[in-house]
Write a protein that binds this ligand. Structure first.
Ligand SMILES: Nc1ncnc2c1ncn2[C@@H]1O[C@H](COP(=O)(O)OP(=O)(O)O)[C@@H](O)[C@H]1O
Ligand SMILES: [Mg+2]
Length: 297
């Protein structure tokens, strides 16, 4: 069990049906995420990032395929089991944190809110304080939310997401609404939490720079994983020392993703560079390498 991936997505499909159109938001997405991983998901707007996170978070049901999270088959959970799953297995942080914060309560009170199943008020308070410590907000525990900056509110949101000790922390563009410096600080916090607690963390981000500070980055294109970048061993230890993000281009290796049927997506810009037009290319194995070139003579 322990070696099994905590998230296993196989041929995952999500179709949104509205009155007159169907949107294929996930088109057979395949990925497996290990326990204790810290990874980022990147991709253009509309590529399916939030849909993917919402499926893992149990906020919405997938249409087809397979999705197993922490040993639970998300297709088979009853509504009641899903409620329990959302409370105990996953914690969520959004870009716009207003949806899980109460502005008239203090940071400390806000963090106690989700702890519905802890009966002892004293234990709630202690646990909330622990979490505020973890996100570096102990000093501001008695400030009302409305008195905190955007970055501080986001840290409260992270503490709230951790309140019920989830196994997986999901963050959908958590740095999208804060400045670059705060964004980097928040990302470092995710890294620290991941390191200290072994929590699995999946972060959706637009920010290429931030995505380079995690061990694995999966890129989604048109509802499928198209490529992945993996941190080089030699950098994992050094990452904290790296301050200049310009040298960071070499820290990860990039891989194209081969799906079960043997398909690889060739990025549009690569096709353009090759001068490929239409839907045919020439492909041959040469000296142990696969060569793809434009059709023609
Ligand atoms: N509730 C919904 N109803 C209909 N279409 C949706 C809904 N949510 C997302 N979509 C569509 O699904 C696709 C993927 O969206 P989304 O997952 O939000 O992308 P991203 O987070 O990468 O920007 C888009 O085409 C979007 O318009
Ligand atoms: Mg989104």
């Amino acid at each position: 069990m322990a070696n099994e991936p905590i998230i296993l997505c196989d041929n995952l499909v999500k179709i949104y049906k509205t009155k007159d159109i169907e949107v294929l938001a996930l088109q057979g997405l395949e990925i497996s995420i290990d326990r204790g991983e810290l990874m980022a998901i990147i991709g253009n707007s509309g590529s399916g990032k939030s849909t993917f996170l919402n499926m893992i978070g149990g906020l919405d049901r997938p249409s087809a395929g397979k999705l197993i999270v922490d040993g639970k088959d998300l297709f088979k959970l009853s509504e009641r089991e899903l409620v329990e799953y959302k409370r105990s297995t996953v914690g969520f942080v959004w870009q716009n944190n207003a949806r899980n914060l109460l502005p008239y309560l203090t940071a400390w009170q806000n963090v106690q809110m989700p702890m519905l199943f802890e009966k002892s008020a004293q234990k709630k308070k202690e646990r909330a304080l622990e979490l505020l410590d973890m996100v570096g907000l102990n000093r501001k525990k008695n400030s009302r939310l409305s008195q905190l900056s955007g970055g501080e509110q986001q840290r409260v949101a992270i503490a709230i997401a951790l309140a019920n000790s989830p196994k997986i922390l999901l963050a959908d563009e958590p740095t999208g609404a804060v400045d670059v410096k705060t964004g980097a600080y928040i990302l470092d916090m995710f890294r620290q939490i991941n390191k200290d607690t072994g929590l699995t963390v999946v972060i959706v981000t637009h920010d290429r720079m931030l995505s380079k500070k995690v061990n694995r980055v999966a890129a989604i294109r048109d509802g499928k994983i198209s490529s992945e970048r993996i941190m080089k061993e030699s950098y994992i230890e050094r990452l904290n020392e790296i301050t200049s993000l310009t040298e960071i281009d070499e820290v990860q290796d990039e891989f194209a993703i081969l799906d079960r049927a043997g398909r690889v997506q060739i990025p549009r810009d690569v096709l353009d560079q090759l001068g490929v037009e239409g839907n045919k290319v020439r492909m041959e194995v040469k000296n142990g390498e696969l060569v793809i070139r434009k059709a023609g003579k």
